[in-house]
Ligand binder design. Structure first.
Ligand code: G6P
Length: 613
């Protein structure tokens, strides 16, 4: 989704804004722009397409040396993808320039009001009305401070926003404000950077504050102050970013997705670090503020999430119900928020989100809290909106994930959910010995994943044979079903090929009608107890002409006789087996996408973090 950057300091803003926009590219966008304040005037520059096109334009004819400016990557909502709709937008008379994330829902009546006041509009966006509304309030009450003008303007606005505003009237400050759209201020030495995402500031400073909803910040080069939109008080919390410089660089890898797939041994290690009990028979999470008694009194769990995180939750359901025997519901956050779901007492709610900013997940969280349920979070982005809004939670510590298709964040969520299954099981019925076996399997997981990553070449060769096929079906039973769903999602996201997933036995109840010679069926056959049944299902699709790829840890069966391709992975504990089985599917999606010539790190139409409904 859209990205925002603002810089005020001693250096030329141009370069820093372009660099910041590059760090925001992974969020997904279709046009970009900057505006610089130079010698008392605001100069905008925009383009459709990638940030490197904007950088070229800057290089060739935009030599403004101003040290204050704002920038934006736009993911179109109101108005088509065009230069005139790209941000920043200027007010009539060029007093103000604004970059905006979110949606102004009442933009039409405001626009009508401003047209009556003789304001002209040059774009189809909801954002341009904000620029002119700000100018209107400035013209009306010229004695007000910059932040007060923004406050007065925002009081008329319904919807969501993260904004940065630049002005030629107020030459030494940028004003930023948020409502349901993330914004943070990176605090530097004689310079400050405002951004919608820590990725854009991590290179300059690790010290940040996150703005809360309803806060308006006036940011100068060496200080800042915050007021609130309403009566509420300012609640400022300083955070230290835990990202390493270079996390966002590719190193020797051709794409972020491949780099992140190969980072999984360490991201999984980081998800587990310091989270096992001393006797190595259970797990523990410092961030979960629950006593063993409270853990025991939980009667039901509800997980809410979107996309890949939803698949992780579904896997959590299988594992928690299997090991801890607690009933678990899993809901798409976007459904839960409007469904008025009846929840029983003693339900503990978890929201899971890599970015910690997905608006549907945030809304589900707020709905559960409104109903009085304790809500825990599992998030990767420290200090993100969801992390701050939950009662307590677990950080993934997977590091920055840039590839739009989530890989290492998914397996890190799976690892944490598997550890939660163990924790809930150990305060209930799981014995000490079984607990130790489980912990051992988790601790050796990074080593096992390294082994599976060695299959990369084999999987690349398999992708080469099948990447031209028109239809892919992913099939798995029980704990392999969510993994099949995630395998199909990865393939769709990265290669735009038609892929679906079903519980293996469900296939004959409809999907089998899709089977033809054009089809490739990918079977997850890694559970001992399910092998006979899975083999029969393989025969059924073979008989109808499908190509079969099987992923298995069984070495006794002559799979080669009746499958086209066999990918052998190590046999592991059932609590970690789903994590291990995910890796070949990620690699397969990656290589198919590559062979189909797709933009792996920036797949079409997708955004890394979806901050609109
Ligand atoms: C978007 C991304 C998905 C992601 C989903 C949830 O749709 O494209 O890859 O799984 O949002 O994101 P979250 O940050 O909440 O895990």
């Amino acid at each position: 989704m859209c990205g925002i950057i603002g810089y005020i300091g001693q250096k030329k803003a141009n370069g820093i804004l372009i660099e910041g926009l590059k760090r925001l590219e992974y969020r997904g966008y279709d046009s970009a722009g900057i505006a610089i304040l130079d010698q008392g005037e605001i100069f905008p520059l925009k383009c459709v397409g990638k940030v490197h096109e904007l950088a070229k334009k800057v290089q060739s004819h935009f030599q403004h040396s101003g040290t204050i400016g704002i920038g934006h990557t736009r993911w179109a909502t109101h108005g088509n993808v065009s230069e005139k709709n790209a941000h920043p937008h200027l007010s009539n008379g060029n007093n103000f320039a604004i970059a905006h994330n979110g949606i102004i829902e009442n933009y039409l009546p405001i626009k009508a009001f401003l047209i009556e006041k003789n304001y002209k509009f040059y774009s189809d966006t909801d954002t341009e009305i904000l620029a002119n509304l700000i100018d209107y309030h400035y013209q009306k009450e010229k004695y007000l401070s910059f932040a007060e003008i923004i406050r007065k303007s925002l009081l008329h606005v319904e919807g969501t926003y993260g904004i940065v505003v630049l002005s030629k009237i107020f030459k030494d400050e940028i004003v930023a404000a948020r409502k349901s759209s993330p914004l943070l201020i990176g605090l530097g030495n004689g310079e400050n950077i405002i951004a919608s995402d820590a990725a854009a500031v991590a290179r300059y400073t690790k010290r940040v504050i996150y703005l809360n909803d309803g806060e308006i910040a006036s940011v100068c080069s060496d200080n800042f102050s915050v007021i609130t939109l309403g009566e509420g008080s300012v609640d400022m919390v300083y955070h230290e970013l835990d990202w390493e410089i270079g996390d966002e660089d590719l190193g020797d890898f051709p794409t972020h997705m491949l780099k992140e797939i190969f980072e999984q041994p360490s991201s999984i290690e980081n998800a587990m670090r310091g989270r096992f009990t001393e006797d190595a028979s259970s797990s523990k999470f410092g961030g979960l503020s629950l006593t063993p008694q409270e853990f025991r009194s939980v009667e039901r769990l509800l997980f809410c999430a979107c996309g890949t995180a939803y698949h992780a939750c579904l896997e959590g359901k299988y594992l928690i119900e299997k090991y801890a025997r607690i009933p678990v519901d899993v809901e798409y956050a976007s459904e839960f928020r409007y469904r008025n779901a009846p929840l029983q007492r003693n339900t503990l709610v978890f929201v899971v989100s890599q970015s910690g900013e997905t608006i549907d997940t945030l809304a589900a969280l707020q709905e559960a809290k409104r109903k009085g349920y304790p809500v825990m979070g599992i998030t990767n982005a420290v200090g993100s909106t969801i992390a701050r809004a939950t009662d307590s939670g677990i950080y993934q510590h997977a590091g920055l994930e840039i590839g739009v298709a989530s890989t290492k964040a998914f397996t890190s969520q799976l690892t944490i959910l598997s550890m939660l299954a163990l924790l809930f099981a150990r305060v209930r019925d799981m014995d000490d010995f079984s607990g130790r076996q489980y912990v051992y399997a988790l601790k050796t997981l990074p080593k096992t994943i390294k082994e599976v990553l060695k299959l990369s070449e084999q999987i690349s060769a398999i992708a080469e044979k099948y990447y031209g096929q028109g239809r892919f079906l992913f099939l798995g039973r029980q704990t392999m079903y969510p993994i099949a769903l995630e395998g199909a999602l990865k393939l769709k996201e990265i290669s735009y090929v038609h892929a679906e997933a079903f519980p293996t036995a469900e296939m004959k109840h409809g999907p089998i009608a899709l089977i033809s010679e054009e089809s490739v069926c990918i079977f997850l056959a890694t559970q001992k107890e399910m092998l006979d049944k899975t083999m029969s299902n393989i025969q059924e699709v073979k008989a109808r002409g499908a190509k079969v790829i099987v992923i298995t840890s069984n070495t006794q069966i002559a799979w080669e006789v009746f499958c086209n391709e066999v990918i052998k992975i190590p046999e592991t504990h059932p609590g970690v087996n789903p994590i291990v089985s995910t890796i070949p599917l990620q690699l397969f999606a990656y290589y198919v996408g590559l062979l189909r010539g797709c933009d792996i790190d920036r797949p079409r139409n997708l955004a890394k973090s979806v901050t609109v409904e």
